[in-house]
Design a protein. Structure first.
Length: 254
């Protein structure tokens, strides 16, 4: 794999969004949930038919990128550099871009919760890409634009069949009658690292859910690798129970 500082205009990610990425939290100088992030990159590259890369070298490079006790590290892998045309044939050297940023402060949301609305925008269904954090994120750009005009803190996003998928930049879970549930992501959406982490630590049922399921829920949360877990205080005019969320994540490293 070629480690690059500045992308060339021939890079496939620049040309076609041909690649994938993951966004990692550094806490107390430690890369959080790295095994899950690495697994995401390896399995995503395999699904996109991107040439395999040295995971030990990538791990070393990520560790070298740590420059603060708390920060964000983003790893983006492109199929590589090539001439014009969609065909990936003969492109055997992936490019890797590692960058850092300040860790956003989610403490207010974590303590007080957030207000959740409903997005008009619907995600396309594409099973071959579902679950992957690939570099084509125009849907999320449009959802974020809608969010900015909505007056809510986040928006629930559905796919074109009406199934609940996620929010603009995080996964979604909800509780009903003491059980926890999360949308199945085999048609659309991103299988986030924090979602995977929570599902490995807690009993969570994965299936297809509708707006009515969320409206009837006792509690809702959103989660991703940077924010950890954030409770929802209000959804579609209904108050939700933040204490159930705190009980659910008690003892889970976030």
């Amino acid at each position: 794999m070629l480690y690059v500082q500045t992308p060339d205009t021939t890079d496939r990610s620049f040309q076609y969004g041909d690649g994938l990425f993951t966004t990692i939290k550094v806490k107390d100088g430690k890369v959080m949930l790295w095994n899950l992030h690495l697994q995401r990159l390896v399995s995503g590259a395999k699904a996109l038919l991107i040439h395999a890369f040295d995971t030990d070298e990538l791990t070393h490079r990520v560790q070298q990128a740590i420059s603060a006790s708390e920060q964000v590290i983003k790893v983006l892998i492109s199929r590589g550099q090539a001439g014009r045309g969609y065909s990936p044939q003969g492109i055997d050297v992936p490019c890797c871009y590692i960058s850092t940023a300040t860790l956003p402060d989610y403490s207010l949301w974590q303590q007080q919760g957030l207000r959740l609305g409903i997005a008009d925008f619907k995600l396309a269904q594409q099973p071959a890409l579902a679950g992957l954090k690939h570099n084509n994120r125009l849907e999320q750009v449009l959802i974020k634009a809608e969010l900015a005009q909505s007056g809510f803190d986040e928006l629930v996003v559905f796919d074109q069949s009406g199934a609940v998928i996620e929010v603009s930049a995080a996964n979604l879970m909800f509780s009903k009658n003491g059980q926890w549930f999360t949308p199945k992501l085999d048609q659309a959406g991103i299988n986030g690292v924090m979602r995977q982490h929570l599902m490995s630590q807690r009993q969570v049922t994965e299936a297809r859910y509708s707006l009515a399921d969320l409206q009837q829920a006792d509690a809702l949360l959103i989660c991703n690798a940077l924010m950890g877990v954030v409770p929802v205080t209000e959804f579609a005019g209904q108050t939700k129970d933040m204490e159930l969320v705190r009980q659910f994540v008690c003892g889970v490293e976030l």
